[in-house]
Design a protein around this ligand. Structure first.
Ligand code: IMP
Length: 423
C-alpha cells in the first residue's frame, strides 16, 4: 500500500487538523513527519474544539494508530500537557500512539536559545513561535541532538548536561535579556520525560515498512505549510524543517516511489502569522473582515494572523513542488458576502509580469496583479452537499481548478467535521 500525504500549501494554518480528522476513517495509521509543537492542529466535533501540537490528528478515531515520526521534534513538557488534555477521553494511549526512537527532543535550553536568538535580531526577527524548533533542528543537523531512543541508554544524562551547558554559554553570547530559572525548567522537563518514557517507542521506518507490506493504509500528516519550508519557503522567514512532500520521505523513512495521493490543503484566501513577505496582504476592511469572520488567531500563540487575497502564483508553486494530486479548499464560508473577490494571478517583478515565484518576493520586489471575480452572498455553513453551493463559489473553484490543473475535491464550509462538502 502506498503512503498518502496531506500537506499545507500556504504559510500554515490551512486547516490540516480538520481534514486529517475527516479522512482518518479511511486510514489505519496517521503519521506526523516534521515540525513540532510550533504546530496547532485544530479539530472540532460534537461541539468541542481540540488543539493538537505534536500528537497526530487521528488520535480521536479509536481504530487509528498514530505515529510521531523521526522527522518530528518533541518537547516532552508540551507533549505531557497534550496527553493530560486527552485524559478525559479515556484513550488507550500506549496502544494508539507510537513514537519514533529517532525523533529529536526539544530541551528547555532550546526554547531559551530560540528566545535569545529572536531577541537579538530586533526588527529582523522571524516571528518564531519560540518553541525551540530552530535550535533543536540545528543540533540535529549539527549532530549534537538528543533523540527519544537515547532515553533508553544509561549515559544520556551526561550528554544532556554537556549540551545544556553549551546552550547556556550560547545564551550568554546573545547578550539578550532573557530571564530564566534553569533548575525549575529542568524539574518540569525531567518529570515530563517520565511520562514520555511510559509510551511506546518504535523504529518507525521499519514499522511503517512492515505495515505497508501488511496492506495497512497510511496517511502522513504535514505541519506548517509549503511556503514555510526550510528550502523552498520564504527564507529566512520559514520554519526549520522540510514541510513539503519530500519531508515525508525523510521524516518517516518512506521511499519516494511509495508515495500515493498527495492531498494539498489551502484556504480560499491567504494568511500568515509571524514576519516575512506576503505579497497579497491586506491592510483594509477586506483583510479585517477575513480575520474577524475566519477567527484568524494562531492556534499555538494566539497571535492575530495577517490576511490577504488568494495568491495563485504561490499556490501554483506549492502544487508543483509537492506533486499535489487532489486539492482541498478550506474556509470557503469566510468569503461569503464579498461583492468582488480578487485572485493574484501574476506578479509585477522588475517591470515585468511574471507568473512564477521569484527568489525574493519582498514588497519592494514584487507587487500582485489581480484577476477580479464575482463573489457570493449565501451563508455556506449549513450546506452539506455540492449541489447546494452557490454559483459564485462554483465559479471561484472552477477558475482555480483550471489554473492549478488539479481537482478541488473538498470545499470546507466551517470548522466542524460535518461542515465538509465533497465534490
Ligand atoms: P518556528 O518554526 O516556531 O521557529 O517559526 C518560524 C516561522 O514559522 C514563524 O513565522 C512562525 O509564525 C511560523 N510557523 C511555525 N509554525 C507554524 C504553524 O504551525 N502555522 C503557521 N505558522 C507557523
Amino acid at each position: 500500500m502506498a503512503v498518502d500525504l496531506l500537506l499545507g500549501l500556504q504559510w500554515g494554518d490551512e486547516g490540516k487538523g480538520k481534514i486529517v480528522d475527516v479522512l482518518t476513517k479511511d486510514y489505519n495509521i496517521i503519521a506526523r513527519f516534521q515540525g513540532g509543537p510550533n504546530a496547532g492542529h485544530t479539530l472540532e466535533f460534537d461541539g468541542i474544539k481540540h488543539v493538537l501540537h505534536t500528537i497526530p490528528s487521528g488520535i480521536f478515531h479509536k481504530d487509528a494508530l498514530n505515529i510521531v515520526g523521526n522527522g518530528v521534534v518533541i518537547d516532552p513538557v508540551i507533549f505531557k500537557r497534550e496527553l493530560d488534555q486527552l485524559e478525559k477521553f479515556n484513550l488507550d494511549i500506549k496502544n494508539i500512539l507510537y513514537i519514533s526512537r529517532k525523533a529529536h527532543l526539544i530541551l528547555p535550553t532550546h526554547r531559551l536559545l530560540d528566545a535569545a536568538s529572536e531577541a537579538s535580531k530586533g526588527k529582523a526577527k522571524i516571528g518564531s513561535t519560540l518553541k525551540g524548533i530552530g535550535p533543536t533542528y540545528m543540533d540535529k543537523t549539527g549532530r549534537n541532538g538528543i533523540r527519544v531512543g537515547d532515553l533508553e541508554l544509561d549515559n544520556w544524562k551526561d550528554k544532556y548536561r554537556a549540551l545544556a551547558n553549551k546552550h547556556v554559554a550560547m545564551i550568554d553570547f546573545y547578550a539578550a535579556e532573557i530571564e530564566y530559572d534553569l533548575d525549575e525548567l529542568e524539574t518540569e522537563f525531567f518529570a515530563s520525560l517520565k511520562v514520555l518514557k511510559s509510551l511506546t517507542f518504535i523504529d518507525s521506518e521499519e514499522f511503517i515498512y512492515q505495515a505497508q507490506k501488511d496492506g495497512k493504509t497510511i496517511l502522513a500528516e504535514g505541519a506548517q505549510g509549503s511556503l514555510l519550508d526550510i528550502d523552498f519557503g520564504t527564507y529566512p522567514f520559514v520554519t526549520s524543517s522540510n514541510t513539503t512532500a519530500a519531508g515525508a520521505c525523510t521524516g518517516l523513512g518512506v521511499a519516494p516511489n511509495q508515495i500515493g495521493e498527495v492531498y494539498g490543503i489551502f484556504k480560499a484566501y491567504t494568511t500568515r502569522v509571524g514576519s516575512g513577505p506576503f505579497p497579497t496582504e491586506l491592510f483594509d476592511e477586506d483583510g479585517e473582515t477575513m480575520g474577524r469572520v475566519g477567527n484568524e488567531f494562531g492556534a499555538t500563540t494566539g497571535r492575530p494572523r495577517r490576511c490577504g487575497w488568494l495568491d495563485l502564483v504561490a499556490l501554483k508553486y506549492a502544487v508543483q513542488i509537492n506533486g499535489v494530486t487532489q486539492l482541498m479548499m478550506m474556509k470557503g464560508d469566510v468569503l461569503s458576502g464579498f461583492k468582488k473577490l480578487k485572485i493574484c494571478t501574476a506578479y509585477k517583478y522588475k517591470g515585468e509580469t511574471i507568473t512564477h515565484l521569484p527568489y525574493n518576493i519582498e514588497e519592494h520586489n514584487v507587487s500582485p496583479i489581480y484577476t477580479e471575480i464575482g463573489g457570493w452572498q449565501e451563508d455556506l455553513t449549513k450546506m452539506t452537499d455540492a449541489s447546494q453551493l452557490p454559483k459564485g463559489l462554483n465559479d471561484y473553484v472552477d477558475f482555480l481548478e483550471k489554473e492549478l490543473e488539479v481537482p478541488i475535491k473538498i470545499v470546507s464550509v466551517g470548522p466542524d467535521r460535518t461542515q465538509t462538502i465533497h465534490r
